[in-house]
Design a protein around this ligand. Structure first.
Ligand SMILES: [Mn+2]
Length: 322
């Protein structure tokens, strides 16, 4: 998978079989701009389709929806029997969209790694090498099938999901270049939605995490831990600008669990998704994600959760040495 001609063939196959059907296009819950812009682009190609998500959308996605008057429905409240099936974009795991259970999934378009993938579709367009779903969708649709608005959205999606082009490839820049020309929008205007100004509450939560950072040396890495009340993933990302690995905890009182966000710098060879998977297993919670960015939900207090993260991480470094 990942070969552009192959992906294009699958997409053409999907369009010729289901292009005229009544379709719902769903993103993962808490849609981000990558997910929403991809769904928006597909909805323009598929007349009569609707866009669905679950839970509140992210700030950038909200701004994009407002700008282009994109109607988004709650997947849970949609009557499945009125549709021929579902297209899922930017995920292929039911944990990230439990509301898709019971739907007939006709097509998946995604760029995530295969671990945790449990959705199946007749047409699967999956390219784990793509830094964003927007890049996949832009290239499936090609310039002549993309309007100015859609180009704007997809350009924002590419900028937002690529962690400032850390995982970009030459196609990423080529695709972004033609999208920007088509969107007739300057980079700063796209960036403003891709990286929306955080709310003051979010800034304070990140600063709280920074103030509480504890650092230790383990397995040859500088490991930082901290706690905050929200935005733990933003905090963990910022802390790894300096530390090699960061685990940031947030206690969720209603759920009586600790949410951990884990981040690692590029040079760290231990896959954090495996570390967090193991932490989840040992503490009776769940964990996973990407190698450099992952998380866990754990039914224990923050101290115990953070200590377990450090222990498991160090165990992985020792295992690697042997
Ligand atoms: Mn994405």
């Amino acid at each position: 998978m990942g070969n552009p001609e192959e992906l294009d063939l699958i997409f053409q196959g999907f369009l010729s079989k289901y292009g005229g059907k009544k379709l719902a296009i769903a993103t993962h819950s808490r849609a981000d701009v990558d997910a929403l812009s991809s769904a928006y682009a597909l909805s323009k190609l598929l007349p009569g389709s609707i866009i669905c998500t679950a839970e509140e959308m992210g700030e950038g996605a909200k701004q994009l929806a407002e700008r282009f008057l994109i109607q988004v429905q709650d997947l849970e409240s949609v009557d499945r029997s009125a549709f021929d099936g579902l297209i899922v974009v930017d995920t292929s795991a039911y944990t990230l969209l439990p509301q898709a259970r019971g739907w007939k999934i006709l097509c998946i378009i995604d760029h995530h790694r295969p671990e945790g993938r449990d959705m199946k579709a007749e047409f699967e367009i999956v390219d784990p090498e793509a830094p964003s779903s927007a890049e996949i969708v832009a290239n499936l649709l090609t310039p002549d099938r993309i309007s100015q608005d859609v180009a704007f959205g997809l350009a924002v999606g590419i900028i937002a999901d690529g962690a400032r082009f850390k995982s970009a490839r030459s196609e990423t820049f080529r695709t972004l270049a033609w999208l920007m020309e088509k969107a007739k929008a300057p980079y700063d205007e796209l960036l403003a939605i891709a990286e929306p100004e955080p709310k003051e509450e979010a800034k304070l939560a990140v600063l709280k995490a920074m103030r509480g950072v504890r650092v230790q040396y383990g397995g040859g890495y500088l490991i930082a831990t901290s706690e905050t009340d929200s935005n733990e993933s933003d905090a963990a990302s910022l802390i790894t600008e300096a530390a090699d690995v960061a685990f940031v905890a947030r206690w969720k009182d209603r759920e009586k669990e600790t949410r951990i966000s884990a981040r690692a710098r590029k040079g760290v060879s231990i896959p954090l998704n495996q570390v967090m998977g193991e932490v989840g297993k040992e503490l009776g919670g769940a964990g996973g994600g990407h190698a450099k960015a992952s998380g866990a939900s754990l039914p224990v207090h923050t101290d115990e959760a953070l200590n377990k993260c450090i222990d498991v991480f160090i165990t992985f470094t020792e295992r690697e040495k042997n």
